[in-house]
Design a binder for this molecule. Structure first.
Ligand code: ARG
Length: 463
């Protein structure tokens, strides 16, 4: 970075800022990624100043030309950022003034970096939210595609990580579709509160110039203005909301990852994750490690940490702006980066998953997964549910002693537990019978999975 003097606000100071302090207080190394949005906000502000007669149209023209050139320099990587100029805002403003002289110095009329930075972050976050929602939909599509191939595939459903009842793999996958559906809705809702204009709040109290805030809001595509100037420059609740929504997506994907890790372990052997998402071990030649899901699980901690950082950053700040708020950017940027790349890699990874249906099936028949079905069968024959529960528990113990599944017991053996049992019992003791019987909205029956997939596809198509 190059060196620049003097500081924009240095008039009242008797000595220069200490080198270490300069480095401690500067944010340009990380807030330069707001440059495009800073320029977008400045252009709208300048146009408004011109339209309101606060600066001349000639100044507006000069500012527009200068800022567009600067944007090009930044995009082509030729812009030289200076640590002495503290942050993205002062770097761009100083460059503009170097280029166009006094007109550049008029840009900051009726504005403060306090409302400027809040505007930049909101513009950046709005674009980021749109990107996040699009990627969530892409991942949901990958989930639905995989679920469609496995609407009939039986696997054990678990509670307490013990085999509970049979489910279809398609149904299991669609649980994550639902979680992501709520996640996308959370971002869409947060976007409404992000999309408000702080500019006009100036440092904290508003400004004495005859500004047009609604006009700037419209120009920048905001739904309206922040209605209290103190609030506009000081609160970062919109960033916290975004991070909270991101932490929830990561939490959902962390749970999914935990399952992929379990299912791909040789003990389960339910799925195979494509080699390109795994690595080997440098010492154990037989290993294929599920690095991607493990890292997703790990990075969830990082995003949750950012949420804590932002909440803690906010909690003791008096109104209005405090420099503390400069610390909102790194957690927020890292949250967005982590989330976006995770969503992308996840959609890819799901496309490369191979399913071992026989292994899933074998596991579903091993854990007495149809025990509830037998109890329900007895209830339908007139036995009270609690009695049926007890009868089946005895039958399970008997099968366990014999080392076989309930469906492997003979009719005579089963009838020892209840004379109500007849030949038709084998219809419910099979995986297919059990699955097909849960045939209501939200149930695991293959027909229901196919209907859920149709609903999911039409929801996704509507975006
Ligand atoms: N770099 C600062 C930030 O990110 C910009 C606002 C500075 N305002 C101030 N009064 N020092 O928050």
């Amino acid at each position: 970075m190059k060196s620049e003097k003097p500081k924009t606000w240095s008039g009242r100071f008797n000595e220069p800022v200490a080198e270490l302090v300069k480095r401690y207080t500067a944010s340009v190394s990380f807030d330069q990624r707001l440059a495009e949005f800073d320029i977008q906000g400045s252009l709208a502000h300048a146009r408004m100043l011109g339209a309101q007669g606060i600066i001349s149209q000639a100044d507006v023209k000069a500012i527009e030309g200068g800022l567009n050139d600067i944007l090009q320099d930044i995009q082509s990587g030729t812009f030289e950022w200076s640590l002495d100029l503290e942050d993205v805002h002062l770097n761009i403003e100083k460059r503009l003034t170097d280029k166009i002289g006094d007109a550049g110095k008029r840009l900051h009329t009726g504005r403060s970096r306090n409302d400027q930075v809040a505007t930049d972050v909101r513009l950046w976050l709005r674009a980021t939210v749109d990107d996040v929602i699009a990627r969530i939909h892409k991942l949901q599509t990958a989930i639905v595609d995989l679920a469609e191939q496995h609407a009939d595939t039986a696997m054990p459903g678990f509670t307490h990580l013990q085999v509970a009842q049979p489910v279809t793999f398609g149904h299991h996958l669609l649980a994550y579709f639902e979680m992501l559906q709520r996640d996308a809705a959370r971002f869409a809702d947060a976007r409404k509160r992000i999309n408000r204009l702080p500019l006009g709040a100036a440092a904290l109290a508003g400004t004495s110039y005859p500004i047009d805030r609604e006009g700037v809001a419209k120009d920048l595509g905001f739904d309206g203005v922040c209605e209290n100037s103190l609030d506009a420059v000081s609160d970062r609740d919109f960033a916290i909301e975004f991070t909270a929504a991101a932490a929830l997506v990561m939490t959902h994907l962390s749970r999914f990852s935990e399952e992929l890790i379990l299912w791909s372990s040789p003990r389960f052997g339910f799925i195979d994750i494509a080699d390109r998402f795994c690595t080997g071990s440098s010492i154990m030649p037989q290993k294929k490690n599920p690095d991607v899901p493990e890292l997703v699980r790990g990075k969830t901690g990082r995003v949750t940490g950012h949420l804590m950082a932002l909440l803690t950053l906010m909690k003791s700040q008096p109104l209005a702006y405090n420099k503390d708020n400069q610390e909102d950017k790194e957690p927020l940027f890292d949250t967005a980066d982590t989330l976006l790349v995770t969503l992308e890699i996840y959609a890819d990874m799901l496309g490369g998953i191979q399913v071992d249906k026989a292994a899933m099936r074998a596991a579903a028949t091993e854990g007495f997964a149809t025990a509830t079905d037998l109890a329900d069968y007895l209830v339908k024959k007139g036995m009270p549910f609690r009695d049926a529960h007890e009868v089946v528990a005895l039958a399970v113990r008997h099968a366990a002693d014999k080392g076989c599944d309930l469906a492997d017991l003979s009719l005579t053996e089963l009838q020892k537990f209840s004379p109500d049992i007849s030949d038709d019992v084998f219809g419910v003791l099979t995986l297919e019978g059990s699955l097909a019987s849960r045939n209501h909205i939200g149930g695991t029956a293959p027909d229901q999975v196919r209907q859920a997939i149709r609903r999911a596809r039409s929801t996704l198509g509507a975006h």
